[in-house]
Design a protein. Sequence first.
Lengths: 101, 101
Amino acid sequence: MNITNVLHALGDPTRRAIVEQLGTGPRSVSHLAEPLNITLTAVAQHLQILQACGLVTTSKSGRTRNCRVNPAGFLLLGNWLSYQQSLWSRRLDRLGDILDE
Amino acid sequence: MNITNVLHALGDPTRRAIVEQLGTGPRSVSHLAEPLNITLTAVAQHLQILQACGLVTTSKSGRTRNCRVNPAGFLLLGNWLSYQQSLWSRRLDRLGDILDE
DNA sequence: CCAATACTGAAGTCGTAACTTCACTATTGG
DNA sequence: CCAATAGTGAAGTTACGACTTCAGTATTGG
């Protein structure tokens, strides 16, 4: 679970579609697959990636796998982002942007 | 300039290294290339991608191209992220996480 | 003025990521 | 109990992305 994997995972539109579906509540794999125009296998592969980087958790009950959002990955991203912004926000605020050159 | 491109751009470690360098201030292309173990051409290609998605801006003065952070792309990412979090944060807070199933 | 610097453009290589198919296992509703 | 459902595993295809090389154009310091 690192920032590279989180960003890479979310960089794929299909995976982001999965995450956005899960934003509204837990879903099964085949439920997730429905709106996407790909095979169940492909969705399962995406889920593995999303799980590995901490964006999604799943649990199997019976023959269906239940998927839900995992805040951990999003927190990692949020922290990285606000750190980056902290680096330059103050400097850019000074309008001294041009002076730095 | 869309969220897919921003996330995809930042998903690459080399590009993120470039962004992080620029976090501390403007840099030329060859200056950016120094710590990275790749050719100048490769860096220039990464910069094109970073520019296209609104994470970096550049301007040429003389024979050197000056690169700096562009907040626009980061804002796009920040907005997407906080929107996602707004989708599930309240629901997960209710501890009713399990009830949703 | 010209050698070194700073970059650009085009084209090619190579690995990997996103899919597919197919064959299979486990669960469950009627 | 067995057909339909839900998912898994392995293997193959294909496109694309991150690089390289090489040949070129501007710019500039000495």
